[in-house]
Write a new protein. Sequence first.
Length: 248
Amino acid sequence: MARESLLIATLVELADNLVDDYDIIDVLTVLSDRCVQALDVDAAGVMLASPGGELQFVASSSESVRILELFQIQADEGPCVDCFRNGIAIVNHSLHDAEQRWPRFAPRALAHGFRSVHCLPMRLRGRTIGALNLFRTHEGTLSAEDVLVAQGLADVATIAILQHQSSLDAGTLNTQLSNALNSRVIIEQARGMVRQATSCGMDDAFNRLRAHARNHNEGLTVLATRIVGRAILSSDLDEWFQPARLTS
């Protein structure tokens, strides 16, 4: 499928999900996955700021990125941290050359197999609410077109969080962000339970959660809450099959 078709399909999918009770985690996971499919990157992740201003991990395309995002928070160092604080995009940054800038993060990212990183701010009317992180397993630069598309997806993510115009006030925005971060905690608990019950990897456990939620027209957080409360057994979730990566 051509990238243009993929991007149109992504926007349609987002529109289908942006209902009154939409799940922010699922929406941002879709965006992370589509970045990997549509851009010359190998992994992606999203971090949002809590109402108190602290960055929190929200979504990613892989377990490796989840670990790296959490490490950035713990170390208070890395591309997402800089991008969020400065509101300035970080593009085509070699991790081999970043050990002085990020002495703790860069070696950890290299150990996970990544060689370059890009990070784009999620902004609305001058306020930065998070960042979209993109990783590549090889050296080289993203094209100007890829950077433009990536920033567009970051902007879509921001709009998704602020779905309604009424969400533009600070109180509602803080509620949205708090709900998203609380949902992430519940989803992580459910993911661990699925992994233990099915002896699968963490990525597969999360994908099974998403697949089951979509197959049964159920919110991801709602399903995770049912699993944590043992209203549904982890082993009873629908199977998930790896989709083929789309090409231009």
